[in-house]
Design a binder for this molecule. Structure first.
Ligand code: ADP
Ligand code: MG
Length: 238
């Protein structure tokens, strides 16, 4: 079954239509990357999938269920933000367990989930630290860890690495690739970084002015760029 399906999705901000009829099927376990020029609607589309923006028209299905009108908390998705927004006064363990605690999950189960996420993300030695005693990359991993503990249907990332320096970006790109391999979860990832898109994506969705202008594997886009933007983004001749 498709993990996430968009059917004729539109978004209007007042008189302005910023998403103009998007149809897209994302399979379970797929790593899909949204690219496109600044202002083309990448973040808006991602936020609509997350439920942080209302869908003006069309439908969003999650695991076959019509989730168009569901609030974010009921969609079972994890949105990983660019800014880490960790609680400064809490340890890494408490930051990672916070949402489970708030949902009334019993402590033994919560500890087990946090331990498992810490293992996957190699955060075990850091569980007792506070965010201020972590590096940028470690904080980013804690932010991801906070979502993993909730066993989300899919992870949504909006330019998660754009605040990081070049070396750390390379390291985190590798971490995210490993995470996808080990969790096998659906991931939707917005980036303007060509290398991230080419190395992480199963499929790349190119958006232009609120419409999907091309969808394909990195190889397909490289070999047959559908327009100048894709050709320039991918760096292939056209
Ligand atoms: P991207 O992430 O691709 O750079 P966005 O999704 O942030 O693009 O924005 C798409 C368009 O929608 C832009 O023209 C932006 O100005 C507009 N937009 C985004 N959020 C709002 C909002 N809350 N109110 C009005 N216009 C918005
Ligand atoms: Mg954006």
């Amino acid at each position: 079954m498709a993990s996430i399906e968009l059917k004729s999705v539109e978004k209007w901000f007042g008189e302005a239509q910023v998403i103009k009829g998007v149809d897209l099927v994302i399979e379970e376990g797929e790593f899909v990357i949204f690219v496109g020029p600044s202002g083309c609607g990448k973040s808006t589309l991602l936020r609509m999938i997350a439920g942080l923006e209302e869908t003006s028209r069309g439908q969003i299905l999650i695991g076959g269920r019509d989730a168009t009108a569901e609030p974010p908390a009921r969609r079972g998705l994890a949105m990983v933000f660019q800014s880490y927004a960790l609680y400064p006064h809490m340890s890494v363990r408490d930051n990672m367990g916070f949402s489970l605690k708030a949902a009334g999950v019993p402590k033994p189960e919560m500890d087990a989930k946090v331990d498992e996420a810490a293992r996957v993300l190699k955060l075990e030695p850091l569980l007792d630290r506070r965010p201020k005693d972590l590096s940028g990359g470690q904080r980013q991993r804690v932010a991801i860890g906070r979502s993993i503990v909730r066993d989300p249907t899919a992870f949504l990332f909006d330019e998660p690495l754009s605040n990081l320096d070049a070396a750390l970006r390379v390291e985190m790109r590798y971490e995210i690739a490993k995470l996808h391999q080990s969790l096998k979860s659906t991931m939707i990832y917005v980036t303007h970084d060509q290398v991230e898109a080419m190395t992480l994506a199963d499929r790349i969705v190119v958006l232009e002015a609120g419409r999907v202008s091309q969808v394909g594997s990195p190889r397909e886009l490289y070999e047959r760029p559908g327009n100048l933007f894709v050709a320039q983004f991918i760096g292939s001749p056209k």
